[in-house]
Design a protein around this ligand. Structure first.
Ligand code: NAD
Ligand code: UDP
Ligand code: UDP
Length: 338
């Protein structure tokens, strides 16, 4: 059995796997599960640009080939159509495990978070790879602490309509820590807060993509409930930077990765109006069950230990997403670019 340090050719004297200063980093072999999805495809771009070899494993449940098509033909890039619920044999140094039906309209039907995570941890254990789990702020449920620190254990309804996702990710975190403690697998856990940007699914029901698509199509923005619930929206490049720092750093986590800028859904609708169409109408709809009232990350831990904090505000990031949505909705053929 290999350890991560051996895998990187660093020997057992360096259990953290940290590459000593002055030593040139060799290209790594990296699996990104869910790499054809929104966040995954941006991560793949950065890893390829850095000179690593990347294998994307995706079943295209919500991901799209178009998101990674610009890497086809690059010998450092491979794409495998595979459902991570089934076992998978590969030889790699690092595993970014993002595969997950991430939107409320999709996630109810799938054991990916539990069985898929178990398989990827089994793979990490067998080959001595470092494993990063993309967990979620949803592990805090409808939080009773505000903002949420990583030490907060959350307030989750175990039998609610959202619980397949919340509890699925909580179980994934548990499995990750068990493989770390029990089998010595090197692990990292990120708790991601609401993220937006180019290549987001257009019709998966998330609020930023809904509002942007609605404003572009001259449809009313659908605000659920009274619109006073809050979320904190992070631009995708900030998240990818955080994920890479976490993977390369020495700390297991969990780490909140999110932008602390907090907005009500009505405020978000106003920013979308300012950015796309000041005349866009707002329409109120009944809210979904168990909708968290407030959400805002406390990112002190990531600031201190990863030297990370988001750089792109909502007002700066939203226009970058709008041009991508405009191209995709109105049929311009330049898909996949950002
Ligand atoms: P996404 O839906 O765009 O990407 C998920 C990818 O996983 C898709 O390409 C999908 O086809 C793939 N996938 C799903 N089930 C699979 C399976 N069984 N086998 C193989 N591939 C499978 O979503 P995203 O926003 O890019 O999310 C990426 C990760 O980040 C997810 O784990 C998600 O839970 C987490 N996350 C995202 C956000 C956010 O706001 N975007 C917030 C919190 C957590
Ligand atoms: N697994 C995998 N690829 C590997 C090694 C393991 O997909 O390279 C899967 C394996 O099929 C199992 C899961 O990961 O379902 C957990 O593996 P582990 O070895 O930890 O458990 P065991 O097989 O001993 O129950
Ligand atoms: N929401 C909304 N209009 C929409 C879609 C969502 O007002 O068209 C609300 C939803 O009720 C929730 C918030 O926006 O309060 C964020 O929803 P999303 O599904 O994007 O993320 P999550 O609930 O997972 O944080």
């Amino acid at each position: 059995k290999f350890s991560y340090a051996h895998r990187l050719g660093l020997g057992s004297g360096n259990p953290t796997g940290k590459i000593p200063l002055g030593l040139k980093r060799k290209g790594l072999r990296i699996v990104v599960t869910g790499g054809a999805g929104f966040v995954g495809s941006h991560l793949v771009d950065r890893l390829i640009a850095r000179g690593d070899s990347v294998i994307v494993v995706d079943n295209f449940f919500t991901g799209r080939k178009e998101n990674v098509m610009h890497h086809f033909g690059n010998p450092n890039f491979e794409l495998i159509r595979h459902d991570v619920v089934e076992p998978l044999l590969l030889e790699v140094d690092q595993i970014y495990h993002l595969a997950c039906p991430a939107s409320p309209v999709h996630y109810k039907f799938n054991p990916t978070n539990v069985v898929g995570t178990l398989n990827m941890l089994g793979l990490a254990k067998r080959v001595g790879a470092r494993f990063l789990l993309t967990s979620t702020s949803e592990v805090y449920g409808d939080p009773l602490q505000h903002p949420q620190k990583e030490t907060y254990w959350g307030n989750v309804n175990p039998i609610g309509v959202r619980s397949c996702y919340d509890e699925g990710k909580r179980t994934a975190e548990t499995l990750t820590m068990d493989y770390h403690r029990g089998a010595g697998v090197e692990v990292r856990i990120a708790r991601i807060f609401n993220t937006y940007g180019p290549r987001m699914c257009i019709d998966d029901g998330r609020v930023v993509s809904n509002f942007v698509a609605q404003a572009l199509r001259k449809e009313p923005l659908t605000v659920y409930g009274d619109g006073k619930q809050t979320r904190s929206f992070q631009y995708v490049s900030d998240l990818v930077e955080g994920l890479m720092r976490l993977m390369e750093g020495e700390h297991v986590g969990p780490f909140n990765l999110g932008n602390p800028g907090e907005f009500t859904m009505l405020e978000l609708a106003e920013v979308v109006q300012e950015t796309i169409d000041p005349n866009a109408k707002i329409e109120f709809r009944p809210n979904t069950e168990d909708d968290p009232h407030k959400r805002k990350p406390d990112i002190s831990r990531a600031k201190e230990l990863l030297g990370w904090q988001p750089k792109v505000s909502l007002r700066k990031g939203l226009p970058l997403m709008v041009s991508d949505f405009r191209q995709r909705i109105f049929g311009d053929h330049k898909v996949g670019s950002s």
